[in-house]
Design a protein around this ligand. Sequence first.
Ligand code: ADP
Ligand code: MG
Length: 350
Amino acid sequence: MKLPSRYTPTGRFFGGGQGVVTVWRDTSLDRDVAVKVLSTQGIGGSLRNEAMLLGKIKSKHVVELLDVGIEQASKKEYMIMEYVTGSDLDTYSPKDVRDLYLTLYQIVAGVADIHTAECIHRDLKPTNIKRDDSGIIKIIDFGIGVDGRQVQTASGRGTPGYRGHEFYKTNIILSASTDIYALAVLAYKFCFGGLDAAFYDVPPTSPPSFASATLGQSKERLAAEISSLLDQCLDSNPAIRPSAIKLKRTLAKHISQGVHVANFVHNGKPYSISRSSPSYGISFANCSFEISYDGIDFVLKKVSGDIFVNGIQVGSAMPLFESCVITMGAGSGIDRVFIPFNVSHPEVVL
Ligand SMILES: Nc1ncnc2c1ncn2[C@@H]1O[C@H](COP(=O)(O)OP(=O)(O)O)[C@@H](O)[C@H]1O
Ligand SMILES: [Mg+2]
């Protein structure tokens, strides 16, 4: 293969299913790049499709497209990408729950960016995800990706075990939820060390819940909120599966355990609740409640009288939304007190 003279071959290469990826030195910018060509001629268009998708997506967690071209002699299309160092996640085994959350967070952040760009990856699995030498995770291989929010297809292409229920319908409709299913399958592999036979049933059946996973030497379990969200990602109805954004927010909340701060205003004065002062009680007329921080959520407790959150009456303890208004009193005007409440988001540091 011959590329423009600024590139020199390094001799390193990777063989995939369809693609052959070789590593070249870009002598102008003094960095390595990865060059992908298709090993099989005639599947026409799929490298172009891959390049078009990569060109649309901007993400710290998706490999970056640098250029495309056609080799003079062979007339073969090639695609030049940033070279992602490190290895793929095929043998990754989380050392504890936090390690798993941080890994999933990065993957989910990439998937959220793919979906925001209105693309579907369609082949998420551990061998299509790399962790570079600085620990940053990047999603690669958009070979069978889709440009669009939804696609109706006659083709069941994808990887056995990672295909959701929609692949087994007469009328196959794929969407962002198709990636969410595959994402949970790869999370399952990380948690259990392999895939349950249920994933290979046609259509897939229900594997044991994520709640039964124990991670690392300390046999730690996932938080109930995370395990039930991951179980939901495997629902046979794609519409039930949570979005990548929802997964990202929930993982971020658990990664930031103990460092959230909630701010609210009461009687014109600002207050905050955090780990160092984790609860605050408020009363007005015959209404009262307490907000208390459990390290993950800010929970409304000891509710008495007419208390509303975003206009909906609350009878018992409930976690508060990250941004809401708490109202005390059911009357009108001066018979009511409004308390704007906000949780600050600490940045997830990778
Ligand atoms: N940009 C890249 N940087 C580093 N390695 C890559 C890159 N793209 C692909 N690879 C390696 O090449 C292999 C095959 O590429 P991939 O795009 O997954 O093709 P296939 O469709 O054949 O699976 C990958 O599994 C990965 O190991
Ligand atoms: Mg691949």
